[in-house]
Write a protein that binds this ligand. Structure first.
Ligand code: IMP
Ligand code: MG
Length: 200
């Protein structure tokens, strides 16, 4: 993977990709494909949590777009809250450390919790959240992640609802960042050296 330099972030938006310095990110998962999958997961969660009132807990920053689309596609009583964890920094490779930056506001005791992630890579963030939650007594806890990189998993974590399993490749858009940028893209892009189209 190329190194990240601050002068590389002048993005050039082309029809077939986004050039960021020397890196070319190409279309990977379309907005339509994401929305179809989000609807399916929303329906599944609505069935699984019928008669329950779960708390969706988004992991900031990355999960904010997925969470907002997901909850629009569930038709059950629910609440939302957020954790904020320290991010990768400005790199494409994890620092291997996670820090809690914002705690939950709600009382999770006795509640059904659904942790919402944008992407699970090594699984460290989810493991960290599981350990935080273990200090409380929720009625249940499940994890939903739009993307999972199964070949990158280093921790034994269970992801209950998965949008797409993807190879261990760096992706941006739909909440996912590269040095805090490009979260606003409505579809997902991958570094072009890795750039074949995803198959569902
Ligand atoms: P984990 O703790 O190693 O599972 O990493 C999870 C977090 O790393 C995600 O919530 C993202 O913020 C970030 N991350 C992992 N892979 C990518 C990627 O391909 N693009 C952007 N962010 C990523
Ligand atoms: Mg994240």
């Amino acid at each position: 993977m190329p190194e990240v330099r601050n002068d590389q972030f002048d993005a050039d938006y082309k029809e077939n990709g986004i050039r960021i310095g020397h890196d070319l990110f190409v279309p990977y998962i379309t907005e339509e494909k994401i929305m179809m999958r989000v609807k399916e997961i929303g329906k599944q969660i609505s069935e699984d949590y019928k008669e329950k009132s779960p708390v969706f807990i988004g992991v900031l920053n990355g999960a904010f777009i997925f969470l907002s689309d997901l909850i629009k596609n569930v038709d059950i009583d629910c609440e939302i809250d957020f954790f904020k964890l320290s991010s990768y920094g400005d790199e494409k490779i994890s620092s291997g450390k996670v820090k809690l930056i914002k705690e939950l506001n709600c009382d999770v005791n006795g509640r059904h919790l659904i942790i919402v992630e944008d992407i699970v890579d090594s699984g460290l963030s989810i493991k960290f959240i599981e350990e935080l939650i273990a200090n409380f007594t929720p009625a249940s806890m499940k994890v939903v992640s739009l993307l999972v990189k199964p070949n990158s998993l280093r921790y034994n974590v269970k992801i209950d609802y998965i949008g797409f399993e993807i190879p261990s490749k760096f992706v941006i858009g739909y909440g996912l960042d590269y040095a805090q940028k490009f979260r606003n893209l409505s579809s997902i892009y991958v570094l072009s050296e890795d750039g074949e189209q995803i198959k569902k």
